[in-house]
Design a protein around this ligand. Structure first.
Ligand SMILES: [Zn+2]
Length: 469
């Protein structure tokens, strides 16, 4: 098994992750007092632009009043652009502050929003989708458009992150109830992580209504010539698995769906239930190996094969470890949120560690050991420097980020598990997920939950591996 997967950790996961029309009225508050987002998106026939409107009913889930709501306007960061064409707050005209081309712009509220109170913000915009050879989370290539963040992304009041680094994820968003209407050219295939509610055709266009509830984000892609496969996982029940891939990739699609189903079953058993009835794998053009979104992962088409090799490692092994890693993010990123820019180890290092658990459960100790070997190999790239794993993305170079967060980070978790005892650590991870489901966890929450579970002093361990010095 060790030979088969020499490469649990070639998994470099770079960051990686829409028409003006009235977005259909006020959004009803979710029973749980969760924020609600209603998106109305119209995609141009040539996939070069998305017009959209959004109603955001924001519920302040913090303990402090909130006086502004910040939005990330992503397209401008990757060679596209986003022009805001309208903004209201509780029905009154308002302004999105900052310069037209600023990546982060804020709506300043007239009155601070008390904890538990809500405000309704409506935005409309037009987004230009950049043509990027090789693809990307927001990019169009021949006959395909990946449309991540083609809408203003409401940032959690908790985050202080500024400009995203190109080699890392960068979001911190609250879980919300999503209702999304997409109008796309008829005959094209729509891929989303959401559940389809209805589909109609009119005037050469297809209109699809979807929901995803709750979720921290909503991904969509549109393409020609994508073949769709669907299956129930072969083990453990769980969600239906769908795969969208270019023609000719049927064997890889079957393999990918099997791996995704097994990974979901393994993680559900260990961490708690997967929250949706479907999981979608999309093989698309992408510079990185994979990107996670709620209910969906995009896997780079160049590794979506059972043949060939990458840097001496069989492509099939790269595909398997990438899918396991991305599936782990359904728990550590979506279910348990964190600030990806400020404490990236909470999702990336933990997803790396979880990938080892997938191999352990499926193939046994040797395979799991090969994951650990790959983490050492990563850390070796920076000569095992004792750089803390708990720093913000901006504190690392791209090389350090891969070596420390994806290499030293899971080695810390392995060390922590040894120190706490395997079964105690397993209980701790499950407890951590349960406690912070649909919330945003910080490093301190992770540490306190671990200490409570083991009843031991872990401060020296965290000081040696995690904390800034
Ligand atoms: Zn990742």
């Amino acid at each position: 098994m060790r030979r088969i997967l020499a490469l649990c950790a070639v998994v470099v996961l770079l960051a990686g992750g829409c028409g003006k029309r009235a977005a259909a009225g006020p959004v009803a508050a979710a029973p749980s007092q969760r924020s609600a987002i209603r998106l109305d998106l119209a995609v141009a026939a040539d996939l070069s632009a998305v017009e959209g409107s959004m109603d955001l009913q924001l519920v302040n889930q913090e303990r402090e009043p909130v006086d502004r709501v910040r939005f990330l306007l992503f397209p401008g960061l990757v060679g596209g652009r986003m022009d805001i064409t309208g903004c209201t707050v509780d029905g009154a005209a308002a302004t999105l502050g900052g310069g037209k081309r600023d990546a982060v712009r804020a709506v300043v509220l007239q009155r601070a929003l008390a904890p538990g109170a809500s405000v309704e913000i409506a935005l409309s915009w037009r987004a230009a989708v950049p043509a990027i050879e090789g693809g990307g989370p927001l990019a169009r290539t021949d006959g395909f458009a990946s449309l991540a963040w083609c809408f203003p992304v409401a940032l959690s009041p908790l985050t202080v992150a500024g400009q995203p680094a190109p080699y890392a994820d960068f979001l911190c968003t609250d879980a919300a109830s999503w209702r999304v209407r997409v109008s796309l050219p008829a005959g094209l295939v729509l891929v989303t992580g959401g559940r389809e509610i209805s589909r109609t055709g009119e005037d050469g266009r297809t209109v699809v209504n979807l929901e995803l509830d709750p979720a921290r984000d909503f991904y969509l892609a549109i393409g020609t010539g994508l073949s769709v496969r669907a299956a129930r996982p072969s083990v453990g029940g769980g969600p239906a698995i769908r795969c969208f891939a270019p023609p000719g990739r049927e064997a890889a699609a079957a393999f990918a769906m099997d791996v995704a189903g097994r990974a979901i079953a393994a993680f559900a058993r260990r961490f708690g239930p997967y929250p949706y009835d479907t999981f979608t794998v999309l093989a698309g053009p992408l510079a990185s190996l994979g990107i996670e979104f709620p209910g969906l992962t995009v896997i780079g088409a160049r590794i979506f094969s059972l043949e060939g090799s990458m840097d001496g490692t069989p492509t099939q092994a790269v595909l398997e470890s990438t899918i396991a890693h991305e599936v782990a993010h359904q728990w550590f990123y979506n279910l348990v949120g964190n600030d990806q820019a400020i404490e990236p180890w909470l999702d990336e290092s933990v997803a790396q560690y979880a990938t080892r658990l997938y191999y352990l459960d499926r193939y046994g100790e040797d395979a799991a050991d090969s994951c650990v070997d790959s983490w050492w190999a990563r850390w070796n790239r920076v000569d095992r420097t004792l750089t803390p794993i708990g720093l913000p993305v901006s504190a690392y170079t791209a090389k350090e980020y891969g070596a420390i967060v994806y290499g030293r980070g899971p080695l810390f978790l392995e060390t922590l598990a040894s120190s706490m005892g395997g079964s105690v650590f397993d209980r701790f991870l499950r407890d951590y997920v349960e406690r912070f489901t649909w919330r945003i966890a910080r490093g301190a929450d992770f540490r306190i939950t671990a200490k409570e579970q083991c009843g031991c002093d872990l401060d020296a361990l965290f000081a040696a591996w995690v904390d800034a010095r």
